[in-house]
Design a protein around this ligand. Structure first.
Ligand code: ZN
Length: 263
């Protein structure tokens, strides 16, 4: 047997094993990260040394301090981010997870992504740990609004998106560096992972805490674990199935096997 065919055989075995785990689980929770949206053209928001951070220093751009004290600098970064966000469409990995949910095989989707692509692909039960670009909140009076007001203001160079009620600067509803994750969302995510029989990590390198530690809540209670990520993660050694492939290719294959080929 050649090395090539041995690798293929191992990969096929991994897909079948993962499909079987999905097929037999009564409560599956997925955790997704930047890797699921990079095939859609969304740069990695939070991992230093990759994506957006080749152009911006995280400490100098996406931080609460910069928003408060240098809002023009903050909004230069947001302008770039939102330009890429507006152009992005869900990819086959987003659609595969939405399909899994509508087939009753995925009970909750927890994401580190702020791009809303899961929602646009049709996922409904979703917890956005790092917030969303879909809305913004006034830093002074806390009025919440859709992203349109931000996008409209950003069309004028040098303008800051301001609240129509009080004139305060609007802040996109994303969790910045230096900000705590919303307590209610984090608690809800913990409950989901504790309840899970199966955890599917897809497109997250599990490097950003506390999101990265959430799967442990379930694993320590006996949940099975599938990790689909391009590069190794710290949980690979605890996983039932690990696959280091492009999730835009791997997830649709897995979902097809789990739903249509009867595992
Ligand atoms: Zn206001």
């Amino acid at each position: 047997m050649t090395v090539g065919s041995a690798t293929t055989e191992r990969t096929e075995h991994a897909y079948r094993q993962a499909a079987r785990l999905i097929f037999t689980s009564h409560y599956t929770v997925a955790l997704t990260g930047a890797g699921i949206s990079t095939p859609s053209g969304i740069p990695d928001f939070r991992t230093p040394g990759s994506g957006l951070w080749e152009r911006y220093d995280p400490a100098a751009a996406a931080s609460l301090t910069t928003f408060r004290y240098s809002p023009h600098q903050f909004y230069e970064w947001v302008r770039t981010l939102m330009g890429e966000w507006i152009a992005a469409e869900p990819n086959p990995a987003h659609r595969a997870l939405a399909e899994l949910e509508s087939a009753g095989r995925l009970q909750c989707l927890v994401t580190q992504n702020i791009d809303g692509l899961h929602q646009r692909a049709g996922s409904r039960r979703i917890l956005c740990l790092h917030g969303t670009l879909d809305s913004a909140t006034c830093g002074s009076c806390y009025r919440q609004t859709g992203s349109e007001e931000v996008l409209t203001a950003l069309r004028t160079p040098g303008a800051l998106p301001r609240c129509v009620r009080c004139g305060g600067v609007l802040k996109p509803d994303v969790i910045l560096f230096g900000e705590q994750l919303p307590r209610a969302t984090l608690d809800a995510a913990r409950r989901e992972f504790r309840r899970a029989e199966l955890i599917l990590v897809a497109g997250s390198s599990l490097e950003v805490v506390p999101a990265a530690s959430l799967p442990l809540e379930g694993i320590e209670r006996g949940a099975h674990l599938i990790v689909f990520n391009r590069i190794p993660t710290y949980l690979d050694e605890r996983a039932d199935v690990v696959l280091h492939e492009d999730v835009a290719l791997a997830l649709p294959t897995l979902v097809r096997l789990a739903l249509h080929d009867n595992a």
